[in-house]
Design a protein. Structure first.
Length: 325
């Protein structure tokens, strides 16, 4: 009888331990970073310069980062006046991790651009001034998914024809997340060209809720498209916060990274050198100038080191992804 009780106790204890272990595994969702082979439980940052090609000031700042090796990833706004210059520079600098910042808006008041495609072929991407619409809702309200597809393919094709194959594609002002139909075009384009998009894993409810709160339709239809998307996905996506001073901006960025969960997170920012011309274009000129120095700052570099933060690029992501196939 005593032996039977001991046996039952042993089985009970083993069952409890097994349930505990299974519970731990159930709570741990494998991140997209881990799927690519990055270490479990580690924060992997993809620091990304947006708006290259928009103006000369942006190009100078992006090129400076790449030459120093502090930030290698950026994307070019192909319809903008200084895009060709940036692409020509990237061709001569193989360490650069350059993509297409797919552009469907022209947001500034006095500094604007239009489509790569003949406007007659994409009339609803064009506003009454003959330029792209100022805001994302204007695009979504007017332009069909077919027009969007035509224009974003034209932007990718132009970069390729200029002699540079983009390492990734992403979306200026988040326009391609403005509707489920646009998102489908975005993801299908990535697959067609075998060039990764900044596809955000919306199966994470917390991430999806953040996008919904920001006004994006992170609905079941968009999530379904992402479930079948075969290229690498981000665990999270955010942008460098602002600050009233450079020090406050730096502190805010470090707080942001501290609050991030492990996984692959893309953080976008818009570095530019400060000039009177930049001030005439955008009211965010000072923030952009601070962002041009933020990641070369020894304090920031030490922060990454102290917190075991790993910095990656789209080029490295695709190399890891191809090894997993």
């Amino acid at each position: 009888m005593k032996n039977q009780l001991n046996k039952k106790s042993t089985i009970l204890i083993f069952s409890i331990l097994l349930l505990s272990v299974l519970s731990v595994f159930a709570q741990h969702k494998v991140t997209n970073a881990e799927k690519l082979g990055f270490p479990k439980g580690k924060k992997i940052l993809l620091l990304h310069c947006d708006d290259a090609g928009m103006c000369e000031e942006a190009n100078i700042a992006v090129q400076s980062y790449i030459l120093k090796g502090d930030v290698l990833s950026a994307a070019v706004m192909v319809p903008c006046p200084y895009a060709d210059d940036m692409i020509a520079w990237a061709i001569k600098h193989p360490s650069a991790d350059i993509g297409v910042h797919l552009t469907l808006t022209s947001e500034w008041q006095n500094y604007r651009w239009t489509t790569i495609t003949d406007p007659k072929k994409v009339p609803w991407l064009i506003d009454p001034e003959g330029k792209m619409w100022h805001e994302v809702p204007d695009v979504v309200m007017h332009a069909s998914a077919k027009e969007v597809e035509t224009e974003i393919h034209a932007q990718i094709d132009k970069m390729i024809k200029l002699g540079y194959r983009p390492s990734h594609i992403d979306t200026h002002m988040g326009t391609l997340y403005g509707s489920a139909e646009y998102a489908k075009v975005f993801f299908e384009t990535a697959v067609k060209y075998n060039i990764p998009a900044n596809a955000i894993d919306l199966s994470n409810k917390e991430v999806a809720d953040n996008y919904k709160a920001a006004g994006y339709p992170a609905n079941d239809e968009m999530i379904k498209y992402l479930e079948t998307y075969p290229l690498p996905k981000l665990d999270n996506f955010t942008s460098a916060p602002e600050g009233k001073t450079y020090e406050e901006k730096r502190d805010n960025f470090m707080k942001l990274v501290t609050m991030l969960k492990p996984g692959l997170t893309e953080i976008i920012f818009h570095p530019s050198i400060l000039t009177e011309n930049l001030k005439s274009i955008t009211g965010t000129a000072q923030q952009r100038a601070w962002e041009a120095q933020l990641f070369s700052d020894p304090v920031m570099k030490q922060f990454f080191k102290d917190n075991d933060i790993e910095i990656t690029t789209w080029t490295e992501i695709m190399k890891k992804f191809n090894k997993t196939k």
